[in-house]
Design a protein. Structure first.
Length: 116
């Protein structure tokens, strides 16, 4: 399985970024997929997830109303639209399977840096 996250960058607080995840080696549309993030010195945390069919998304409380998760038409891509970014959103963002459990390989992730 290969998970390629992209779209990260550096923005000021209040800005937006759009992260994309391309999945190869497995049919992602069979699974609920998620985004996770890891800030320096902290554990990797859940951010958002979407059902296998795209009908239903779940968000950690801190990003509700600001982040939107969607699946591509082929459903082997997953996109995270991040608006009104805050400095506490700074982290490396990873995509992976959410249910039943993440794939062993996490990929390199994509860095998001939000300055105040």
């Amino acid at each position: 399985v290969q998970l390629q996250a992209s779209g990260g960058g550096s923005v000021q607080a209040g800005g937006s970024l759009r992260l994309s995840c391309e999945v190869a080696g497995v049919t992602a549309r069979r699974y609920a997929m998620g985004w996770f993030r890891q800030a320096p010195g902290k554990d990797r945390d859940f951010v958002a997830a979407i059902n296998y069919n795209g009908n239903g998304a779940y968000y950690t409380d801190s990003v509700k109303g600001r982040f939107t998760l969607s699946r591509g038409n082929a459903k082997n891509t997953v996109t995270l639209q991040m608006n009104n970014l805050k400095p506490e959103d700074t982290a490396v963002y990873y995509c992976n399977r959410w249910r039943p459990s993440p794939f062993q390989s996490w990929g390199q992730g994509t860095q998001v840096t939000v300055s105040s």
